[in-house]
Design a protein around this ligand. Structure first.
Ligand code: GLA
Length: 395
């Protein structure tokens, strides 16, 4: 479903439940992580892309009826009050929005008496960041409605904070950056140390395919937060051994890590090796893309997955099975995409091989009783306002 179709459906739902049309509609996409796993909160680098699926968020004013939120797919409305914000809300989908609105209000936006609604096209639990898309779409719509725009990086940070505090996952900035800064036909290279973002062109005949085992997952219930703590513990130990300041694993060179890794407890050494290796692979991957060496880029994706599986231990037997199915089917590369412990994989393919590859991967997985959903990831533009009743030109 295109963003326009999503907006049209949302408009009728909004009208049906609130008796008036939206005044503002925004859209924000989900993402795929292409290379660089768990590197964001370690102040490393990541290659990712916004995809052509996301969330639309609509707002209209109401007269003194407070803040109301309609979940378009469930056709359920939650009413809430930003004075009494609590992380344990009954409607879990409302937590993200409350968090975002709470932080926007803290920064001076007048959020009250709004009828809000949202509708998305990203399957929940598929690891394609439907929550970040929802948060970012809500932030864009609220800013447009209030006529106050914050720095997009601040928006990314406050959406991430909403997710951490109100939804329990202590994640980094990758999902929100990808949703905001996505670029059509490109990968985005984010550097979470200096917060710079640039786009990296991908050859026209290259496709990223998404394969999702039909098992849902939630990062809040996964060892994600524990892995983050392990990375922080590794930083503490390495900081006492190295002659330069170590604020994050980004500061540790692969050469120094090799020299000092034996000083770390085995588990911490494995976790840190994954992160340092991933940051290195991203830089090699960018060079490979710039040289047009797709085979090398694909190999880096396979290596990344092996590192997740063996060192960071955030893969699952199902994800490993899909990667092996992709390898057997001749894919250029494949790896888990995102937090892990479920979610989706990303497979690198040449355009002419796309259809056959998807069929063979699906068949290979079926042989092992694993049902998968497949789709093509179309690198797309990031979040935007689609409609404002006070303006004439709309997307
Ligand atoms: C999830 C988190 C991101 C990032 C990835 C792993 O998507 O939300 O912040 O840490 O996992 O790279």
């Amino acid at each position: 479903m295109s963003s326009r179709e999503l907006a049209e459906r949302l408009t009728s739902l909004h009208r049906k439940h609130y008796g008036r049309d939206p005044q503002v509609i925004s859209y924000a996409p989900g993402r795929v992580e292409v290379l660089g796993n768990h590197t964001d909160y370690n102040l490393g680098t990541v290659l990712s892309a916004a995809i052509d699926k996301g969330h639309c968020f609509a707002i209209s004013s109401n007269e003194g009826k407070g803040l109301r939120l309609l979940a378009g797919d469930l056709e359920e409305i939650a009413s809430f009050n930003l004075e009494q914000i609590s992380p344990m809300e009954k409607a879990p989908w409302a937590r993200y929005i409350k968090g975002v609105f709470y932080y926007l209000k803290e920064r001076g936006l007048e959020i009250k008496d709004f009828d809000c609604s949202f509708l998305g096209s990203i399957p929940v639990g598929s690891g394609l960041s439907s929550s970040a898309a929802l948060e970012v779409s809500a932030a864009f719509a609220a800013q447009e409605k209030c006529g106050i725009w914050l720095d997009p990086k601040e928006i990314a940070a406050l959406c991430r904070d909403a997710e951490s505090i109100f939804a329990g996952c202590n994640c980094g900035l990758l999902d929100q950056f990808s949703s905001i800064f996505g670029k059509k036909h490109s990968l985005i290279h984010s550097d979470f140390k200096d917060l710079s973002v640039r786009s990296v062109a991908i050859p026209e005949d290259i496709r990223f395919l998404i394969v999702t085992p039909e098992i849902t997952h939630s990062l809040a219930d996964s060892p994600y937060n524990a892995r983050r703590e392990s990375c922080e513990s590794a930083v503490e130990v390495l900081g006492t051994l190295l002659s330069y300041p170590v604020k994050s694993l980004r500061d540790v060179s692969p050469k120094d890590f090799e020299k000092f890794k034996k000083e770390l407890p085995e588990e911490l050494a494995k976790r840190a090796a994954h992160i340092i290796g991933e940051i290195y692979r991203v830089s090699v991957g960018v060079d490979a893309l710039q040289r047009g060496d797709i085979d090398e880029f694909g190999q880096l994706m396979y290596l990344s997955h092996e590192s997740s599986r063996d060192l960071f231990e955030n893969s699952t037997p199902e994800l490993d099975l899909v990667v092996e199915a992709a390898r057997e089917s001749g894919a250029l590369g494949a790896r888990l995409s995102g937090g892990g412990w479920g979610g989706s994989l990303i497979v690198l393919a040449r355009a002419e091989e796309e259809t056959t590859l998807l069929k063979t991967i699906t068949k290979n997985c079926e042989k092992h009783n694993l049902a998968v959903k497949t789709r093509v990831a179309v690198p797309s533009d990031g979040a935007r306002v689609l409609y404002n009743s006070n303006r004439e030109n709309h997307e």
